[in-house]
Design a protein around this ligand. Sequence first.
Ligand code: IMP
Ligand code: MG
Length: 175
Amino acid sequence: MKVHPFINAEEIDRLNTTLAKKISSDYQNILAEKESLLVVITLKGALLFGADLIRKLTVPIHVDFVRLASYGAGIKSSGEVRFLKDIESSPEGNHILVLDEIIDSGRTWDFLRKRLGAANPKSLKICALLSKPSRREIEVTIDYLGREVEDKFLVGYGLDFNEDYRNLKEISYLE
Ligand code: IMP
Ligand code: MG
């Protein structure tokens, strides 16, 4: 399999800047005085996206993490979501923004939406850097989206192939 450049670091940065401006301006109005936005980063994939995006936000935030994985290795997911780590803060009474690097089948966000939503947050939204609409199996609404991508297997900027490539600055596709 070969690695082909797809989205370079400058474009990723531009997408992050646009997302952060919109999120900051929206939550400026939503958050009450002394309230912080609870940003939930989905490990491991959204590690780099999360680290870059939160540094661009201008509203007060707290950070927490969830870890999910789907069974199976390689480029084919089994479609079953394994929930490996929950947030440590209580969702109740918090404005929550989940960060995921890519929405593919929609299963991860569908799962988190139901799980975190059941615990009475003040609000619950999703921000994804990328989306592959052609792969959707569950209809989901993405509140903040960087850009859509075609159905290619992507690596880099947090995205892995059997744990390889996560640390690359740019996003490439494997073929
Ligand atoms: P879902 O299918 O929407 O539940 O997406 C689950 C997760 O699969 C994403 O958050 C990524 O971590 C991973 N994923 C989806 N597409 C790709 C890809 O092209 N490369 C690497 N990981 C991916
Ligand atoms: Mg992910």
